[in-house]
Design a protein around this ligand. Structure first.
Ligand code: SF4
Length: 308
């Protein structure tokens, strides 16, 4: 909440209506999102604003089934919107609800499996308040995050007399979860080409993390300085020297641990024009500030004195 609130306020101020967001330039939307991670959410929000604007005449759908069809909206978000905004009794199931409900009702199904959500929804639909489903859902999430936490406060819990897990003293065994997220380690070697006033930056494609954000030409792999130099020589047709090599930057994403080193290379203005197009386009420092960039790139730019 703390991290998201300033972004929410900036978004609402910049795009006060759905059509303002629908008509916005994607680069600008991503720039406002910069630093928050999960950039697909910004792109989905933008796509959904366009859809709501064009297909629904700017009126947001008010039923769970319709909300679920929107891009980037899954069962959790659809249930939260339908219940909190439109009083539809659709149970929300997030990590906190999984924990509390599995312990209280004694649901032992593996929460790492997709289909288990339905098991929980079927139990919760019998209990959700028909009058105040939004309050019920928020209370469930809040209870899981404040009382029925990974180390639950059972002695002061109002449910401890009839809680399945508490009676059997198996709180630590629930919820049941099998799968561990596999974290992929990646090594990114960035070639930061510049001519003293312009830097070559490119927009990332859609098949990897940070889709549509801007960074530098990258050589991926665990390589030493010499190997990087040789690969750079294959890519650049003329002589060059590595002006500066950064320290190693680390960046943790949900499924990836990224280690990155930036190699700064200065070229003459006439040389930079001849560099292959996959290095990107030249951008001045002022232009770079306004480009949407991953936090990793922002951190590096700040280190070389470009506040962005
Ligand atoms: S008694 Fe303990 S395990 Fe059961 S719902 Fe309360 S906090 Fe959770």
């Amino acid at each position: 909440m703390e991290q998201g609130l300033p972004y929410f306020e900036k978004f609402v101020e910049t795009y006060p209506t759905v059509s303002d967001l629908a008509n916005a330039d994607e680069k600008e939307v991503l720039r406002l999102w910069q630093g928050l991670g999960y950039y697909s959410r910004a792109r989905n929000l933008h796509a959904t604003a366009k859809h709501v604007s064009e297909v629904f005449g700017g009126i947001f759908p008010n039923m769970y089934k319709e909300i679920l069809k929107l891009k980037g909206v899954g069962p959790y978000t659809a249930a939260a919107i339908a219940s909190i905004c439109f009083d539809e009794p659709t149970p929300v199931v997030d990590g906190n609800v999984f924990r509390f409900a599995s312990r209280y009702f004694g649901i032992k199904d593996d929460i790492a499996k997709q289909k288990t959500r339905i098991v929980f929804e079927e139990v919760l639909i019998k209990h959700i308040s028909k009058e105040q489903p939004g309050i019920f859902n928020q209370a469930m999430m809040e209870f899981g995050s404040t009382v029925c936490t990974p180390s639950p406060d059972c002695p002061s819990c109002i449910f401890n007399v009839d809680c399945f897990a508490s009676i059997r003293k198996i709180q630590n065994q629930l919820p049941s979860k099998s799968k561990k997220i596999k974290v992929r380690e990646r090594f990114l070697n960035y070639l930061v080409l510049h001519d003293g006033s312009n830097y070559l930056m490119r927009q990332r494609d859609s098949n990897d993390v940070w889709a549509h954000l801007f960074d530098f030409k990258v050589i991926e792999g665990k390589l030493d300085r010499e190997e990087i130099f040789n690969k750079a020589r294959e890519l650049l047709t003329h002589d060059f020297v590595i002006e500066d090599e950064s320290q190693e930057f680390q960046h943790i994403l949900s499924h990836q641990r990224i280690k990155a080193i930036f190699y700064k290379i200065k070229l003459a203005p006439d040389q930079i024009k001849k560099v292959k197009s996959d290095f990107g386009e030249p951008y001045s420092v002022e232009e770079i500030v306004n480009l949407p960039k991953p936090k990793l790139i922002v951190n590096y730019l700040e280190q070389i004195g470009i506040k962005s």
